[in-house]
Design a protein around this ligand. Structure first.
Ligand code: URA
Length: 230
């Protein structure tokens, strides 16, 4: 790919702005050699202001989403992209959230510009387990685990029962729930079906991938091994 388009597609600026970066000598090789519009160079060898570039297409990152942010590119309120470098929203292909978390849900959100991966992780055909820590308004009755595991729970206005889900009580009013689907407000609706109400919801894992010690509001790229593990 031509150098200008490559840099512009990474969201660093419009093609015109990238041309200006070249004229200003901001795009170089690692040894400081200035690049020209016609330079044929590998992504990994390019430096912008001496820094390596963001990863090429296929990048996957995790964000520890705080409350109050919407998984959308346009919303009157705050959006998750505000927690990332602004250029990520300008990348082509776009960086999209892998599924959605509600505005008031916290925790692990993956974002990627890899359309195949996005499809694989969100398609109803692929039952990727997602684990949530739930705080409830009322104590668990003790019957929820069996109901959620039964594969017979039908949510209001739906025609197909939910796939079996695994519940582990972690306190009188708290539980860890693992589901393998991503239906609309699924966890909240599952507990609503038992006469309870979700007070807070935190996604702690997707498959075997957890947040580790990533602080709330922070993000990081996934390693190649983590992406392969997804
Ligand atoms: N289920 C919900 O109800 N909300 C979320 O944000 C995620 C799963």
């Amino acid at each position: 790919m031509r150098l200008i388009r490559l840099i512009a597609n990474l969201g660093y600026g419009s093609q015109r702005e990238v041309k200006a970066m070249l004229r200003a000598g901001r795009l170089t090789l690692a040894d400081g050699t200035e690049l020209a519009e016609s330079s044929r160079v590998e992504h990994a060898d390019i430096r912008l202001d001496g820094e390596v570039l963001d990863p090429p297409q296929g990048m996957v990152l995790m964000l520890n989403k705080p409350q109050g942010y919407t998984c959308s590119t346009s919303d009157p309120g705050r959006i998750v992209y505000e927690l990332l470098p602004p250029r990520f929203m300008r990348r082509n292909p776009v960086v999209a959230p892998v599924g959605r978390l509600d505005r008031d849900t916290t925790g692990l959100l993956l974002l990627t510009d890899d359309g195949d991966l996005l499809h694989r992780l969100t398609s109803p055909k692929h039952h990727v387990p997602k684990t949530y820590d739930v705080t409830l308004a009322r104590p668990l009755t003790g019957d929820e685990g069996e109901l959620f595991a039964s594969g017979t729970l039908l949510l209001r206005s739906e025609t197909t029962p939910l796939l079996p889900a695994m519940l582990k009580a972690t306190g009188d009013c708290s539980a860890r729930l693992t589901i393998t689907e991503g239906r609309y407000h699924q966890v909240k609706r599952m507990f609503a079906a038992t006469g309870n109400h979700v007070e807070s919801l935190h996604r702690s894992a997707i498959g075997g991938l957890g947040l580790g010690d990533l602080p709330e509001g922070q993000w990081r790229f996934l390693t190649a091994d983590e992406v392969a593990g997804l």
